[in-house]
Design a protein around this ligand. Structure first.
Ligand SMILES: [Zn+2]
Length: 693
């Protein structure tokens, strides 16, 4: 029996794993959702839609907005109570897509407190979680959602219920959803705490094998030319797939999980040094689902292997810049060669070659979709990079320097931080340290984060407003009611109406754009100085990662300035960009300032609420042209200041200092910090912070 379902666009490296993960979460939704990581244009959403298309139709109670199953209605359904045998209608399984920027209310449903106060009844408007009950909830770019929204989705997926509580009123309804999130890691990572809560994760990349790329384009063109005909060619396969999924769903509860299998799972999870017991539980559930999918009565070695590959990669202890993926050699060593006595005929026990990890060839049947690939001479080596740690060099994950090391697997530490580079003058950063805390002054209204003060959805209450979305501000509400009622007959009894409702205005922290402008010219001195600069900037990036900031990098040296990294959530990309930065040549300081200002103008249009911290790292010299320093001062004098706070990190060295960077900082209205005082634990910083406190 084929291991991999045939989806129309699945000729993508890693897509086989994605197809399997989708199948497993369909067979056993309690694995807790799937996270798909991959670059843009890898047909992630097409795959999800093709899955929705094969799910069987379902009966729902007629008129129930919460999708109750007539054979087993939710006793707490807000549209209930229903009785068994209520009128039913059929509908296709739902695929609900969460729009970017959806509000909490849109996701969970909204409780109209104004109406509740006025009429004494609870008015609940269902949200996307109710729509997605018994179906798929698809979140594209889940890494760009606010943390608490992701939390909320994962909670619902894990509990199978959605509960909305506001000011003592509580509504709950069933929400058994298959949660599928996708993200482009280049746009920034999910925080580890959230990552861990997804049951399974897969990594997909567009194929680097020419024949496969050709096949994808061919299918795409065939689809565009004749969508109905294209669908028809897959109709049989889809019908088969749907039937097989339904059968596996029936069978999964009866699949035996022997002591032998449990022991293997425990060994594998312990061997990969994952935190907590969640990994074991998810692996066990996924292995059972895979056994059911393979028509087996009990969990076999291959089921555990497939499950571990999906359940463990995102649960390893990782540092911010670690590469994703699971070491398959280690997995095979941990699993051993033995299978349970009496293996089913399906279970081919491939002999893994430890020198040549080929992630996709281990699962029987997975090769069916790409029979031409082994003929390409280099295909196995390019294949091996798709989910392993030793991915192709250009990926940004490689360049984390120290952070690349995996604690438990020193012998596999092949990613040497001191990789030789073509450019002779590339200084290497040393270990990152904790940097001083820099914030943008004033109070912003940007996206939630951990840097500067801002009006946010939670935090300390600083006031009330009428048309807000925050929690109810009770004293202000009562005051409004009292004021409105004053002077009326019967004063002395307070009557609160919807119009009196006041909401809390709360203050928390926002994330910012940290734009780093680095002087990489020869005037920055010897390799040692540049090493200190890089270490400082990498440290700042680590800090920005923890504070959920966006980051961008401008560099200037030699002939001009360069927006080396347009603002992104990907701190890895910024680290990579800095790691490879060569230095030397003249100092076009004014051009550097102008390039930074231009980048900020564009960002202001794209994201008007996001405030900016500009960090300019320079010794303040300008050596490109005779009046270069004057020009730099001229630009600094006109530095755009609204919503931008700047810090000049002074990299001047030597006993006799010219103080040019300090001069520049003053003209820009920026804070002036020496490289030595950049660390949080420097003496000067410690004294300064104490005097502020
Ligand atoms: Zn209902």
């Amino acid at each position: 029996m084929d291991s991999v379902p045939q989806f129309p666009f699945s000729a993508i490296v890693g897509a086989d794993e994605m197809a399997i993960a989708l199948v497993l979460t369909t067979v056993a939704p309690d694995v807790g959702g799937v996270l798909v990581r991959g670059e843009k244009g890898t047909a992630k959403s097409t795959m999800v839609r093709s899955l929705a298309a094969v799910l069987p139709e379902q009966d729902v109670v007629d008129g129930c907005r919460f999708g109750c199953d007539p054979s087993e209605p939710d006793p707490q359904c807000p549209d209930g109570p229903h009785t068994r045998g209520d009128d039913a209608v059929q509908r296709p399984a739902r695929l609900v897509e969460l729009p970017i920027g959806a509000s909490d209310d849109r996701v969970t449903g909204s409780l109209d407190l104004g109406r509740a106060l006025g009429s004494g009844q609870t008015a609940f408007e269902p949200g996307l979680l109710a729509d997605a009950h018994r179906g798929l909830l698809y979140v594209d770019e889940v890494n760009l959602l606010q943390d608490h929204l992701v939390d909320l989705l994962l909670d619902a997926a894990a509990m199978g219920r959605n509960t909305v509580e506001r000011d003592g009123v509580s509504v709950t309804h069933a929400a058994r959803i298959m949660l599928i999130g996708t993200m482009n890691p280049e746009e920034g990572e999910l925080r580890p705490q959230l990552l861990d809560r997804f049951g399974l994760s897969v990594e997909i990349t567009a194929s680097r094998v020419p024949q496969e790329r050709v096949e994808i384009v061919r299918r795409r063109l065939a689809y565009d030319a004749d969508p109905e005909g294209f669908a028809a060619t897959y109709a049989d396969a889809q019908a088969t797939l749907g039937a097989r999924l339904a059968a596996a769903q029936q069978r999964v509860a009866d699949v035996e999980l022997s002591d032998w299998a449990l022991g293997k799972i425990a060994t594998v999870c312990a061997g990969f040094d994952v935190d907590g017991m969640r990994a074991d539980i998810v692996t066990a559930r996924a292995a059972r689902a895979h056994a059911a999918w393979q028509d087996r009565d009990s969990v076999a070695r291959e089921d555990i292997r497939v499950a571990a590959k999906l359940a463990l990669p995102h649960r390893r202890r990782r540092k911010p810049f670690d590469a994703p993926g699971l070491d398959e050699d280690l997995l095979d060593r941990l699993l051993g060669d033995d299978d349970e006595p009496d293996p089913t005929p399906d279970d081919t026990n491939d002999d893994p070659d430890p020198q040549q990890p080929q992630p996709d060839s281990q699962n029987d049947g997975e090769e069916t979709d790409r029979e031409d690939s082994p003929s390409g001479g280099d295909s196995s080596s390019s294949d091996s990079g798709d989910s392993g740690q030793d991915a192709a060099p250009p990926t940004p994950h490689q360049d984390g320097g120290e952070a690349d090391r995996s604690d438990q697997e020193q012998e596999l530490d092949t990613a040497a931080p001191e990789a030789p580079s073509a450019a002779p003058q590339v200084a290497q950063a040393e270990e990152a340290y904790r940097v001083r805390s820099f914030t943008v002054r004033g109070v912003g209204r940007g996206e939630a984060g951990r840097r500067s003060r801002a009006i946010t959805n939670w935090g300390a209450t600083i006031g009330s407003e009428r048309d807000g979305s925050g929690a109810v501000h009770l004293p202000a509400t009562i005051r409004a009611a009292a004021l409105r009622g004053a002077g009326r007959a019967g004063a002395g009894r307070l009557h609160v109406a919807g119009e009196d409702l006041r909401h809390k205005v709360t203050q928390g922290r926002e994330s910012n754009l940290v734009l780093i402008a680095v002087d990489a010219s020869g005037s920055m001195g010897a390799r040692e100085r540049m090493r200190e600069v890089k270490t400082a900037v990498i440290s700042l990036l680590t800090d920005a990662y923890q504070r959920r900031d966006r980051v961008g990098v401008v560099t200037f040296r030699g002939a001009g300035a360069d927006l080396a990294l347009p603002p992104t959530h990907s701190v890895e990309a910024a680290a990579a960009c800095l790691t490879d930065l060569p230095h030397g040549g003249r100092t076009p300081l004014a051009e550097g300032l102008l390039a930074a200002a231009r980048a900020l103008e564009v960002e202001r249009i794209r994201d008007p609420h996001r405030r900016v911290l500009l960090v300019l790292v320079t010794d303040g010299r300008a050596t490109s042209g005779p009046d270069a320093l004057e020009r730099a001062r001229w630009v600094a004098d006109r530095w755009p200041s609204t919503g931008v706070d700047a810090v000049v990190v002074d990299a001047e060295t030597g006993r006799f200092r010219m103080g040019l960077a300090a001069d520049l900082a003053e003209r820009m209205g920026a804070e002036h910090v020496t490289l030595e005082d950049f660390a949080a634990d420097s003496l000067v910083t410690a004294i300064r912070e104490r005097s502020v406190a």
